[in-house]
Design a protein around this ligand. Structure first.
Ligand code: PEP
Ligand code: MN
Length: 337
């Protein structure tokens, strides 16, 4: 339930509504807006009987929200949420590009990426240190050493960094070294981990699970928001379908639907969506055209030698081509690259 207060509602009237909601046994979340305050009801699993609230003064409208998620829903927060990371803003008119290797492999590799990407104006460097690999025999990441190399490369080249948190044991280290905490597709429904990143002080990049519906993605975001962390960026990274033409299928429709349902910024990962570097530029162009709030793309100095996801990773020349193509579209769409 969402209670929209009148424009001139007093503090006392707002407090009275908050108390009435609490007396019903729910949490009340006042959401101040530019014109008026709305008050959200949290904690109910079904419809709320609003008899005790309806008669209070200062109320303009009571909206019964039927969606299972609330804090993530546009009903609760009509304006787009902006997630700021240093000089970058997700959710506005910018189209931020997060770029870097799938995994941090060595100092030389991550420094080379950071040097190249920063020279192209990229402000956010990605690189996995704890890697969720399908095979236990595949490269598992450099762990803490990888976090340090990533942070240093970012610092040396004026970039902020993004890396994945895989579990609760290593979360504190990830939070210490990263600027954005990535929750990977495989962990989208790891609810204890979501609760913990909800208490963390850094923004969260939440990737859609391999077979998760959009409502399930938004409920996972709800776990993080409900713990107090309002800085959540959603990421469509492709889902499993019946077809084998690509590693995953980019659900391009997810972008307008998520923007309709939620106020949270949503970006696209064209690398994991396709699994093939030939498709990364076309999918990135689709991302900017469909209204995504940015992309996250895998880049490596020598993709053929990458320890993970080489086939979907761009080299530096291909990355330059990507930027060139995106610039043309950004001009037409009046989006800042
Ligand atoms: C990654 O970003 O390298 C990654 C493992 O992504 P996902 O969780 O989407 O598979
Ligand atoms: Mn990867």
């Amino acid at each position: 339930m969402l209670i929209v207060m009148r424009q001139n509602a007093s503090e006392e009237e707002i407090s009275a509504v908050v108390s009435a909601i609490e007396e019903l046994g729910f949490d009340a979340r006042p959401i101040p807006g530019s014109n008026r305050t709305a008050i959200g009801t949290i904690g109910n699993t079904g419809p709320v009987d609003d008899t005790a609230i309806r008669g209070l003064s200062g109320i303009k409208e009571i909206i019964h929200v039927t969606k299972p998620y609330k804090l993530a829903s546009r009903d609760f927060h009509p304006q787009d949420s902006l997630v700021r990371v240093d000089k970058t803003t997700f959710g506005g008119n910018e189209f931020p590009i997060i770029a870097g290797p799938c995994s941090v492999e060595s100092e030389e590799q991550i420094e080379s990426c950071a040097e190249f990407l920063s020279s192209r104006g990229i402000k956010l460097l990605r690189g996995g240190a704890f890697k969720p690999r399908t095979s236990p025999y595949a490269f598992q990441g450099l762990g803490l050493e990888g976090l340090k190399l990533l942070k240093n490369a970012g610092r040396n080249h004026g970039m902020k960094v993004v890396t994945e948190a895989m579990d609760m044991i290593t979360l504190d280290d990830v939070v210490e070294y990263t600027d954005i905490i990535q929750i990977g597709a495989r962990n989208m429904q790891n609810y204890p981990l979501l609760k913990m990143v909800g208490q963390a002080s850094k923004p969260v990049l939440l990737k859609r699970g391999l077979s998760a519906t959009l409502d399930e993605l938004l409920l996972s975001a709800e776990y993080i928001l409900n713990e107090g962390n309002q800085n959540v960026i959603l990421c469509e990274r492709g889902v499993r379908t019946f077809d084998t033409h690509s590693r995953n299928t980019l659900d391009i429709t997810a972008i307008p639907v998520l923007k309709e349902k939620s106020h949270l910024p949503v970006i696209i990962d064209p690398s994991h969506s396709s699994g093939d570097r030939k498709r990364v530029i076309p999918l990135s162009k689709a991302a900017i055209a469909v209204g995504a709030h940015g992309i996250m793309v895998e880049v490596h100095p020598t993709p053929a030698k990458a320890k993970s996801d080489g086939a979907q990773t761009l080299d530096f020349t291909q990355f330059d081509l990507l930027i060139k193509e995106l610039k043309m579209l950004a001009n037409v769409l009046k989006v800042t690259l």
